[in-house]
Ligand binder design. Structure first.
Ligand code: SF4
Ligand code: SF4
Length: 365
């Protein structure tokens, strides 16, 4: 395993971390949580020491499964995170609500403290400021009481907005979505965080699965390697000097082996050099929907992720109408029912102009 420094904390973390949002649904439904926990133990055996968890992942079982595994391991042999925001507190922002949420995560993860506790999923500066004002003091109290070691932030903001979050100097680490699709969009943020001495963990290194689903489009990532497109996409992220840990969502032990192959003999480079290398090659699309479904609460009942997935196909130079009707069974006329309330765009993690795209789709015959 290749290890990296986690910002100025002095911690050495595995270049690949395990995201615990992809445990096997069938096993969860059948109550075979121990089988899911085996994947964590396997990851640890292979040198992974960074585990990223949160409430609600995997039918709200992720923390419990992860705790089943971690409780079998020495506490100083891994780092574990969890997350909180106003949403997880049902918009109750009192100190007791915060503490109850944190204690629930600790209990499920079977630990006395979390290494990293995140102010979770900041979509824009306005929401960040509101949640910071309400919650940050409780993070500090929990840290003083020894329940958390480091206060972190996770965000889907653009690079220049991320720079403003970094400038607050309030956080030890950051979790962001970063990949071969959106790197131009977020690079300023990771450079700023690195220069500030923050640890950086990356989620969504495969662009919501878009990269491996389009192997021909992204074959340029594999040039000069014997890696698959998915492995090469992980390596693309992990090779950034600024990035401490790249999270791989692993359902099976084979996914761990795949991810480890991606960082074998890893060579680190500054983000700027990687930018120069890749701007000359293939695609660098910042405007693809990742299918995260954060926007999926349209009052008109429009299934936005499916419409945006179809629009992706157009961006990738393929048949959008075929995708919409043939793959999803959707009619373009449904897109015309958008009342342009703007709700979805405010929630979109990729800042996609959803309303414009729906208007364009609605014109398909
Ligand atoms: S802008 Fe249109 S698609 Fe988005 S939530 Fe409003 S009605 Fe739905
Ligand atoms: S439109 Fe935005 S929020 Fe909705 S699924 Fe796509 S990337 Fe996610």
């Amino acid at each position: 395993m290749y290890y990296k420094q986690y910002g100025n904390t002095g911690l050495k973390v595995s270049a690949i971390g395990m995201g615990t949002m992809r445990y096997d649904d069938e096993d969860i439904n059948a109550g075979r949580l121990d089988k899911c926990a085996d994947v964590v133990l396997y990851a640890h055996e292979k040198g992974i020491n960074f585990f990223d968890s949160a409430p609600f992942y995997c039918q709200d079982q992720s923390e419990t499964i992860t705790g089943m595994a971690l409780s079998q391991l020495p506490r100083d042999s891994y780092y574990i995170s969890s997350k909180v925001n106003l949403g997880t507190l049902d918009n109750k922002e009192g100190p007791d609500d915060f503490r109850r949420r944190l204690e629930k995560s600790l209990k499920r993860l079977k630990v006395d403290y979390l290494d990293f506790y995140y102010l979770w999923c900041m979509l824009d500066l306005e929401s960040f400021k509101k949640q910071y004002d309400l919650l940050y003091k409780y993070f500090e109290e929990a840290k003083k009481d020894g329940l958390i070691k480091y206060i972190n932030v996770s965000s889907h903001m653009q690079g220049t907005e991320l720079e403003k979050v970094v400038d607050t100097s309030l956080f030890d680490g950051m979790l962001i979505g970063y990949n071969a699709l959106n790197y131009r969009f977020r690079q300023a943020g990771i450079e700023a965080a690195y220069n500030k001495g923050m640890g950086i963990a990356v989620m969504n290194p495969l662009g919501g699965g878009l990269i491996p689903q389009n192997p021909e489009t992204f074959s340029y990532l594999t040039e000069g390697t014997d890696l698959t497109v998915a492995q090469a996409a992980l390596r693309f992220v992990a090779s950034h000097k600024e990035i401490s840990v790249t999270l791989a969502g692993c359902t099976k032990k084979e996914h761990i082996d795949d991810a480890l192959k991606a960082v074998k003999n890893l060579e680190e480079k500054p983000a700027k050099e990687i930018y120069d290398d890749y701007e000359q090659k293939g695609v660098s699309l910042n405007n693809l929907c990742t299918g995260c479904a954060y926007c999926d609460s349209c009052p008109q009942g429009i299934d936005i992720p499916k419409f945006m997935d179809s629009y992706n196909i157009k961006i990738l130079g393929q048949d959008m109408a075929g995708r919409l009707k043939g793959h999803w069974g959707l009619s373009s006329s449904k897109a015309g029912e958008c009342i342009q309330c703007g709700l979805c765009e405010g929630l979109c993690t990729q800042h996609i102009p959803i309303m414009d795209r729906l208007a364009e789709i609605s014109l398909l015959s």
